[in-house]
Design a protein around this ligand. Structure first.
Ligand SMILES: Cc1cc2nc3c(=O)[nH]c(=O)nc-3n(C[C@H](O)[C@H](O)[C@H](O)COP(=O)(O)OP(=O)(O)OC[C@H]3O[C@@H](n4cnc5c(N)ncnc54)[C@H](O)[C@@H]3O)c2cc1C
Length: 381
């Protein structure tokens, strides 16, 4: 089997396939968690809360178990269980209210906290406009780049073949062919790779490799991330004193408290402009910075004048409905397409990889919510 893309989706899929007895070659153009990839950078949020009527809390529950299993196996820590706090406004708390049922059903631990409890517990936060909150004590943040690398290292140690080459896109999409099989891949060094089954987990590049089948169903949007410097010797904004937090205001803001002396991470989750993941210059927008600063001063008053100490530009690989894409290629039965993380895919990597491996090896169909057929009507109209 060949898996193209060693990010959170492809790396875990390759490892699960290998663990189930398959012979697997994993390919990546620039390496696991590279700075252009959506899985790049230091941290990602691990949460169970997802709002009402969605499949993600259940996969997050499975992923939580798998992250813990691999942490034990590899004697490493990727999930920093510092908790996740959702700040709820009673006139706009559909997300938080809607999350409770699935958190309960899946057994992900959570507490509902009153405004009084919030203020008492985290006095360094101004809870103005916040009426209550949800706290997920066993969630927190994941190490992004380093866990992607660890997955590939484990994959290689277990006998998998990893090659750092790009797969050339020409002719991949099987345009005009009905029910064919993909015969092989052409790599950037001119060599060829043949497999019986191919998984393409190419993040924001998926539409470039499959312009007809995926095209703009996966759009890369520019997302700016800011790290602010906290006062010297003041631990109130470190991961020892503050959980990961999310705040649904007019925009959804979220943040991860400082770790590894990196600064206080804050981002506005609003989808940014279109961005080219290969050639895009990763420079943040001053307008976005202004908005984030205003928010910071309002919610974390002690950080009002905190200096910006680092920035990052990543991209979401966004589908129109923010649901993933997990499906066979419509014209090539031995090709699977996996992607569309839409700003929330990382945490699910181990569980999604497991599901993908089971689907391929046991010929199971993935859930309808992730299949390409859901876009057909929209595309025709
Ligand atoms: C700023 C930001 C914040 C986020 N926050 C969160 C969060 O808090 N929690 C969460 O769960 N998720 C979050 N996400 C989303 C999550 O990180 C992504 O959904 C996930 O990492 C996508 O993984 P992937 O493997 O699909 O894509 P990628 O990580 O992009 O991997 C695709 C890989 O394919 C390779 N590739 C591409 N083309 C080729 C080719 N032709 N040949 C060979 N290799 C190729 C690339 O080099 C790349 O390594 C966030 C994303 C961003 C950008």
């Amino acid at each position: 089997m060949a898996v193209v893309g060693a990010g959170a989706f492809g790396g875990w899929t390759a490892l699960h396939l290998l663990e189930r007895g398959a012979r697997v070659t994993l390919l990546d153009a620039w390496g696991p968690g590279n700075s252009r990839a959506s899985s790049g950078g230091e941290t990602r949020i691990m949460r169970g809360a997802y709002g009402p009527d969605q499949p993600y809390t259940e996969i997050a529950a499975r992923a939580l178990k798998l992250w813990a299993r691999y942490e034990r196996r590899w004697k490493r820590r990727f999930l920093h269980r510092i908790g996740v706090l959702w700040m709820a406004h009673s006139n706009n708390d559909t997300f938080e209210r809607g999350s409770i049922k699935s958190l309960r059903q899946t057994g992900i631990k959570f507490q509902e906290l009153s405004a009084r409890e919030l203020k008492k517990r985290w006095p360094q936060v101004s809870f103005e406009g916040i009426d209550w909150g949800i706290y997920e004590p066993e969630c927190g943040y994941l190490e992004a780049r380093s866990s992607c690398l660890a997955v590939v290292e484990a994959f290689v140690a277990a006998g998998g073949m990893y090659k750092q080459f790009a797969v050339m896109p020409d002719g991949l999409d099987g345009a005009g062919i009905a029910h064919a099989r993909l015969g092989g891949l052409v790599l950037s060094d001119g060599s060829r790779l043949k497999a019986d089954c191919y998984v393409f987990a190419c993040g924001p590049w998926l539409g470039k490799l499959f312009p007809e089948t995926i095209g703009d169903l996966v759009q890369a949007t520019k997302q700016d991330i800011f790290f602010f410097g906290t006062p010297a010797g003041d631990p109130r904004f470190n991961d020892t004193h503050l959980p990961v937090w999310g705040d649904h205001r007019e925009h959804f803001f979220y943040g991860i408290p400082g770790s590894d002396r990196r600064g206080f991470k804050v981002a506005d989750d609003t989808r940014g402009p279109a961005f080219d993941p290969t050639s895009g210059e990763r420079v943040v927008s001053l307008d976005t910075l202004r908005g984030v600063r205003e928010y910071l001063a309002f919610r974390f008053p002690a950080l009002k004048d905190a200096p910006l100490i680092e920035t990052r530009v990543c991209q979401y690989e966004q589908t129109p409905d923010e649901h993933f894409i997990v499906d066979r290629h419509p014209r090539m039965e031995n090709v699977w397409l996996l992607g569309g993380g839409s700003g929330h895919g990382f945490k699910h990597g181990p569980a999604l990889g497991e599901m993908m491996a089971e689907s391929i090896l046991k010929e199971r169909e993935p859930p309808g919510i992730w299949r390409l057929a859901r876009f057909l009507t929209a595309r025709k109209s």
